[in-house]
Structure formats: C-alpha cells, structure tokens
Design a protein around this ligand. Structure first.
Ligand code: NAP
Length: 312
C-alpha cells in the first residue's frame, strides 16, 4: 500500500557549520547525515566499519553531490577508540557545531548477556557510556562553538528505567530491559548536560529525538526477534516510518532554535510509531535532576576505574 510521506522539515542554512554524527554508516544515521549535508554542513562521520562508511558516503553523494564528509574511526564499545577520536579532533581543533548521538544497538533476539572489551554490558556501553565518554571529552570543542548536542532516544526510553542496583544487568539480564535502561541513562545524561551547561554558561544546548519505529533498518530485525503473535510486527510495518522520515526528528533536535527547556521531537502519528516529525512531550523520568546527577557521577566513576584498572 502506498502512503503519502510527510514533507521533510525545514532546515536552517548550515553552511560554515560542522556536524559529527555517530552511527551514520547505516539506517537512520545515514539519513540524518544526508539532511545535515543537504543543508550545507560539513560532516565528520566516525564509524566502526570503514567499508560501510564509504557506502554511506556514496549514498549521500547521490543526492548531495558536493557533500563534504570525512570518515573517522570509532567503536563505542572500545573506549580506547573513543579517546583516540576525541584526542585527534581536539588536537586538530575541529570546529564542532552539532554532535548527534545516534549510534545504537539492540540485541532483543539474543538471550545471552554480552560484555564489551572494556568490561561493560554491551547496550550500556554502546548506547550510553561510549556516548558519555565521547561527549564529555569533546566538551572544550563543543563549548567553543556553543554547539548543539542531539540525543537519539527510543520509545523504549519512555517505558523503561535504570536499575541502580544492577546497572550492568549482572544479576538479571533481559535484552529489552538492558536496551531501555541504556536509553534512559542516555536521556538522563542529556538533561544533566543541559543543566550543567546552563549553570556554567558554557553555551552547549541539547535536543532530544526518538525515531519512532523504523522497520527498514539493520536494528529492526533484532526488534522483530522479540517474536510474539505478529500483531506488533504488522503494526510497526504499517505505522512505522522510513529511515528518511525517522531522521527528521533528529534533524529538528539538532537544529531547532531554543535552549530551555530542551526540546524533544518524535513522529506524530499513531502510537508515535511514524508520521510527521513534531515536538513531543518529554518523558518525565529523564529530566529528574537527582537521577541525572547520579548517572553523570556514576559514569565518571566507571570511566575512571576503567582507566586505572585495565580488564584482564
Ligand atoms: N529502527 C528502529 O525502529 C529504532 C527504534 C527506536 C530507536 N532507534 C534508535 O535509532 C538509532 C539508529 O538506529 P537504526 O535503526 O538506524 O539502527 P542501525 O541501522 O542498526 O544503525 C545503527 C548505527 O549504529 C552504529 N553502531 C552500532 N554499534 C556501534 C559501535 N559499537 N560503535 C560505533 N557505531 C556503532 C552502526 O554501525 P555499523 O554500521 O558498523 O553496524 C550503525 O551505523 C539507534 O540509537 C536506535 O537505538 C531505532
């Protein structure tokens, strides 16, 4: 069945601006990159798989032939690559106007708990801790340009919570719980970043988005692997969006003016699965000040421990 697609959001002129997007080698991230490049931004695309990165660049250049894009290396599940990227960008004084924290994994069909080389549960590190480490390491560059940080969440962040007594899902592992918890952690971090920046006058602003449901991305089969009676799958395929549509929410989060309160964008269709990108009521749990401060401090402690005690 063909559907009328909502018009893309209006983008500001981004010529002279530089944006870094994580997870731009596939899915929604390619389309976020395409949208920013079409508006004139120069792009830094850190990827863990250069061949996929090159394919993403080829795809973007089919619609934005003069796009200025540079690949860099980043595996959020390897903290040494996060540090290396931040050090290199800092040494080169790369101007950063927009940082989009989009990369993510979900391992819903896999009941086994996976741990990164740094010793952290894989959803927790990829979706949250790696992004925390990257953003905090890039803060001097971000502050210099009074940058916007756009945080890509998920519908799951609205119905999940952080298990403070089992942050790494060591005692009880459920993939959806680990995924949802990692997105809540990312959201708490984003709000805390906005509060800290406002308090210090650092000028970094934060925007939030979620892409709804996007059945056509690489992450989607894992989401579908939850199985069930097929109703969820049928609904997501009928109501969900394309990667290009879903990217509109992140493009608004990355560029919409205004700092306070941080804006939150999602698809405006039924169940927020798909449809036109629009402002959405933020998930109240994510702006809890005590939880945000606690998550920030915990992340700093985990990273400090990791720096001083390498995994065997
Ligand atoms: N699709 C959906 O229905 C849906 C729903 C809710 C939220 N989201 C969120 O939307 C965002 C984009 O998802 P998507 O659907 O576009 O997924 P996708 O097609 O699987 O793309 C995920 C991107 O993240 C990158 N990535 C994964 N692990 C990484 C790591 N360790 N280091 C660096 N990059 C890594 C992937 O790189 P590779 O190319 O190397 O794999 C890829 O570029 C994610 O944050 C996801 O949680 C998606």
């Amino acid at each position: 069945m063909s559907r009328t697609l909502p018009a893309p959001v209006a983008m500001p002129d981004l010529r002279g601006r530089t944006a870094l997007i994580t997870g731009a080698s596939d899915g929604v991230g390619v389309e976020i990159a395409r949208g920013l490049a079409a508006a004139g931004a120069e792009l830094v695309l850190p990827v863990r798989n250069r061949a996929k990165g090159e394919r993403a660049i080829e795809s973007i250049r089919t619609t934005v032939p003069d796009a200025r894009l540079t690949l860099r290396d980043l595996d959020l599940a390897r903290l040494e690559t996060v540090r290396a990227l931040a050090d290199a960008l800092g040494a080169e004084r790369v101007p950063l106007d927009i940082l989009v924290l989009n990369a993510g994994i979900v391992l819903l069909g896999d009941p086994e708990r996976h741990v990164s080389v740094d010793g952290f549960e894989l959803h927790f590190q990829t979706n949250f801790l790696g992004h925390f480490a990257l953003t905090t390491a890039l803060l001097p560059l971000l502050q210099e340009r009074r940058a916007r940080v756009a945080v890509q969440l998920s519908l799951a962040a609205g119905v999940s919570r952080v298990r403070w007594d089992d942050l790494q899902s060591e005692r009880r592992y459920r993939p959806l719980r680990a995924y949802g918890g990692s997105k809540v952690a990312l959201g708490l971090f984003g709000y805390e970043l906005a509060r800290r920046s406002r308090a210090s006058g650092a000028g970094v602003s934060v925007g939030f988005s979620h892409p709804g449901v996007v059945p056509g991305t690489a992450i989607a089969p894992a989401m579908r692997a939850r199985g069930g009676n097929g109703v969820g799958r049928a609904l997501s395929e009928r109501l969900g969006g394309t990667p290009a549509q879903a990217a509109q929410c992140a493009l608004l989060a990355a560029t919409a003016p205004g700092e306070e309160p941080p804006a939150f964008f999602g698809p405006s269709g039924l169940f927020h699965f798909g449809g036109r990108a629009a402002p959405q009521r933020p998930y109240p749990r994510l702006s809890d000040e005590a939880d945000g401060a606690r998550m920030w401090e915990l992340a700093e402690e985990l990273l400090a421990e990791r720096t001083t005690t390498p995994a065997p």
